[in-house]
Design a protein around this ligand. Sequence first.
Ligand SMILES: [Zn+2]
Length: 306
Amino acid sequence: MAWFKKSRKPLEGPADKSSKIPEGLWVKCPGCAEVIYNKDLATNLQVCPKCGHHFRLSSVERVRMLFDDGVYEEHDADLASTDPLQFTDTKPYSARLKAGRAATGMKDALVLATGRTEGRRAVGCAREDGFIGGSMGVVVGEKITRGIERAIAERLPVIIVSCSGGARMMEGALSLMQMAKISAALARLDRARLPYLSVLTDPTTGGVTASFAMLGDLNIAEPRALIGFAGPRVIEQTIRQKLPEGFQRSEFLLEHGFVDLVVDRRELKAAIARALGFMLPAAAPRAESVETSAPAATPSEFETTA
Ligand SMILES: [Zn+2]
């Protein structure tokens, strides 16, 4: 009695669950839910063309964005953590380091580079979110410090782009010490009368906010970035009060004097160049114009404009 039993197979659902559209071609914007073509996003510095939502950038994208034509020279790329505490939580720290290296192709969570920002040489640092959450261990601290020391030796400004959390707990007190070390190096930079611009991106929290991210001669934040020390939930539980709307976001911090500027990423490089132009003497003249004697050369520059 075939009609009692289901002899025929039931109708099948969509044969192939996996989408025919190749992975990663389209992105849904968390800001406006618009579906954006990935290439459009890339040409727009990962900013949503519809609502201006800022997607996160990798450290390499960040350094490319910072320097003219995306050209830069990387320094100390080989510094790597030695796992000094032989630390193990849910998995060994050495395994986390390995996974971070595999995911990013980097030895640790920071790119240190020199390049030109609208013609002016600068030292730039950018944190890598994909490497153990961009956390700061001895390598990140050492690289930033070396970057600052290089800036002092070569009389260059420093730009540090911060993202993500604080100290790396797997290196315990050693990573906490980086806060003091970098701050001390920045004090030497200040004594050398060289500017430091801090760029705070989403999210900048913990020990980074508690140290160098807030020490810029100018602290520049990207729009709607989460910037704070402890997370909002911890604060609410501690003070037993509801936090105001937009608390710990760039615009709120600007209003309350914690950051100096909120700048759209698409205008960030120009804003940095303008600030450096204001803080530093005019960019060094090119080699051929040095030979003409200084007193004659400088007034003539003004004469042409007068
Ligand atoms: Zn959007």
